[in-house]
Every structure is written in structure tokens, then in C-alpha cells.
Design a binder for this molecule. Structure first.
Ligand code: CA
Length: 229
């Protein structure tokens, strides 16, 4: 397994050292940022595998850092473990709602810290594997990792929105979705997604899929469903 890079965003030197020492000893590679702005900048430049984020930081606080990391496409999926004082319960809740993955309270035992880091990395790896799982149904092969679709072994070229649409429907065969639910689930990058544009895209998608396009069924008055059998 490749060495995992951990970014420590923490202003107190003794805590920085404690974190760094214990993580390095376990084979992790550590980078330190002493304040929030530097933390965000480093997160962008070094692409860490995980971020340990102190919530009590000078200038911009940890929650703001968390928000910035989650709002940037480059860092929005990097796991974040908040490091905080026990008394900061409302901050912990706010942080989790902003998309942090876990938290650890000071003072922490090094063993617990390392266990938490490993657990979060494991969880993310599993999630990612699931996201990248190839969907095979009715002769269609959808490869989310490579962003490719094949029908009966032939590659079909789809736009990014068409791909998301097909993947969304095909991953839940038999379920009926309203246009609104579909709009909500897929965020088109190449197309402003509205409920009307879903209809247009379905037409385009079916056409590209040829006969197999009939797998996408219109449910009158409700929305769409991917054929289950
Ligand atoms: Ca601090």
C-alpha cells in the first residue's frame, strides 16, 4: 500500500508534534499547516489522503476551513477528522453537518487517534470502491471509474449529463423517479439541468442506446424508471 499523506491543520506546536510523531511512527507521511488559509492552500497543493483539522484556529476557524474544503471540487471528498476540545459539542455537530467525517477530542490517546485515522481511510476506500463498481444490466455495462458505457460490447458515447442520468436510473432498476428527484440526484456539468431538460436528455439517451433505450421506461404522470427484468 502506498504511503498515505496526512495534512495536519493545527496552530499549537505541541499538538502538531504529538500528531506528527504518532502518525509518522505508524508509517504515515505528514504535512503541517499552522493556520486555516495555509491549510486550504496545502490541501490543494499536496492532495492529502486525509486531513486532521483543529477547530480552534486563529483568523479563519476550523469550521470555515471545513466549508472551504468541501466547496472545492479538488478537496470535497478528502476525509476530514476534526480535532477539538471536548466542550465544543456544537462545533462538532456543525462540522459533521459541513461534511467532516469524524472527530477526536483533546486530549486524545495516540492509539485512538491512529485507529480513527485508519478507520476513516478504510471507510472512504470502501465507499470509493462502491462508487466505481461497474453496473451490468440488460446487456449494458456502465463503468463509473472510466466514465464509459458499452451496450452489447460496443462503446456508446454519452455526454456527462446523459452518463449521470443513465447511471442513476440503472443503479436502481425498478424504482420510479420523478423528474425533480432526477434533477436533484444528477448535477449536470455540461448542461443546466431542469425537469424539462431531463425529458430532452432521456430522448437523446434512448436514441443513442438504440433498441436498449427501451430499458428507460416512461411512467406516465410520474417520471422514469429503469426496467428491472
Ligand atoms: Ca488550536
Amino acid at each position: 500500500m502506498a504511503t498515505k499523506k496526512i495534512l495536519i491543520i493545527e496552530d499549537e506546536e505541541d499538538v502538531q508534534e504529538l500528531l506528527r510523531y504518532n502518525l509518522c511512527r505508524e508509517g504515515f507521511e505528514c504535512e503541517i499547516a499552522g493556520d486555516g488559509d495555509l491549510g486550504v492552500a496545502k490541501a490543494l497543493s499536496i492532495s492529502p489522503d486525509l486531513i486532521l483539522l483543529d477547530l480552534m484556529l486563529p483568523e479563519i476557524d476550523g469550521l470555515e476551513v471545513c466549508r472551504k474544503l468541501r466547496n472545492n471540487g479538488q478537496t470535497d471528498t478528502v476525509p476530514i477528522i476534526m480535532v477539538t476540545a471536548k466542550s465544543d459539542e456544537s462545533d462538532i455537530v456543525a462540522g459533521l453537518e459541513l461534511g467532516a467525517d469524524d472527530y477526536i477530542t483533546k486530549p486524545f490517546s495516540p492509539k485512538v487517534l491512529v485507529a480513527r485515522v485508519r478507520a476513516v481511510l478504510r471507510r472512504k476506500k470502501k465507499e470509493k470502491a462502491k462508487q466505481d463498481e461497474i453496473i451490468r444490466i440488460h446487456g449494458i455495462e456502465i463503468d463509473p471509474g472510466r466514465h464509459k458505457v458499452k451496450i452489447a460490447g460496443e462503446t456508446v458515447n454519452l455526454t456527462s449529463s446523459e452518463f449521470s442520468l443513465l447511471r442513476f436510473l440503472a443503479s436502481r432498476p425498478g424504482w420510479v423517479f420523478t423528474r425533480y428527484q432526477i434533477v436533484d440526484a444528477i448535477h449536470g456539468n455540461d448542461y443546466p439541468v431542469t425537469d424539462r431538460s431531463i425529458d430532452v436528455q432521456i430522448v437523446g439517451l434512448r436514441k443513442k442506446m438504440g433498441d436498449t433505450g427501451s430499458c428507460i421506461e416512461t411512467v406516465r404522470g410520474i417520471g422514469y424508471r429503469f426496467k428491472e427484468y
